[in-house]
Write a protein that binds this ligand. Structure first.
Ligand SMILES: [Zn+2]
Length: 250
């Protein structure tokens, strides 16, 4: 099965190599590992060079306290396996982070870089949907994915209207998340993506310190059931969407 884990942090896993092998055996044929700053973006590319199945996004997470180095990111993004600018976004949920207006300014500059390079963005948003929406809406032609989608149906509609993809993660495996399941059921078939965000976001019922890319299948099973698809059908849809959004994905 050609599932794509469109968002994870391989470097933060205890055993990245073993995790990739296990994922491939489970049916996850490609993985896009995120950079959160310059060091991890460089590390993500190094992992992509080691493993055929691994691709990288280079970015600057809102958890950073300094401004992004756009020139350095631009040169990293030229790598043949750098498929996106990510992880980028705005986080209003942590008071110790840079002030929101500053985060918005940095996010906007990273979106401009993505536009300039013709790459999609992998977007993090927490308590910042309004701010993120404003930046994306002001940049027609920008493409990307709302990673770890967990907003309501109205917000889903607004981001879909901008042309963005929605990526569903382990949160969906919690039976209590009925509204999110409804978003996953009704998401247009050409905008649906899956991810684990490993080592974060361990699926419901899995007892482990770290999430793993192989557990993408836990989320995939829920989505397949909601949409009345076989796992093979869902995998084919998701792979097509991932290849269309991330055009450098081989
Ligand atoms: Zn992430």
């Amino acid at each position: 099965m050609p599932f794509v884990d469109t968002h994870l942090h391989l470097e933060e896993l205890e055993h990245p190599g073993a995790a990739v092998t296990e994922a491939v055996e489970a049916g996850v044929g490609r993985l896009i590992t995120m950079g959160t700053d310059l060091a991890t973006s460089t590390g993500a590319l190094a992992l992509a060079e080691q493993r055929r199945e691994v691709y990288a996004a280079v970015g600057h997470q809102p958890m950073n306290r300094e401004a992004p180095d756009l020139d350095a990111l631009r040169s990293l993004a030229a790598h043949e396996k750098a498929v996106a600018i990510g992880e980028v976004g705005v986080d209003g949920g942590h008071t110790e982070l840079a002030a929101l207006p500053l985060q918005v300014e940095w996010f906007a500059s990273l979106c401009d870089l993505a536009l300039e390079l013709g790459l999609p963005v992998c977007v993090h948003t927490r308590d910042s949907a309004e701010e993120v929406f404003g930046v994306l809406r002001a940049r027609p032609g920008l493409t990307g994915v709302m990673h770890y989608f967990s907003l309501d149906g109205a917000w889903a509609g607004r981001f879909l209207e901008l042309g963005f993809h929605l990526s569903f993660a382990g949160l969906l495996t919690r039976p209590s998340r009925q509204e999110l399941r409804e978003v996953a059921r009704t998401c247009p078939p050409d905008r649906l993506l899956l991810e684990t965000d490993a080592p974060f976001g361990t699926p419901h019922g899995r007892r482990a310190k770290q999430n793993r890319p192989a557990w993408l299948l836990d989320t995939a099973k829920v989505v397949a059931e909601l949409r009345r698809l076989s796992l093979e059908e869902l995998a084919a849809i998701e792979e097509t969407n991932a290849k269309s959004l991330f055009s450098k994905l081989g």
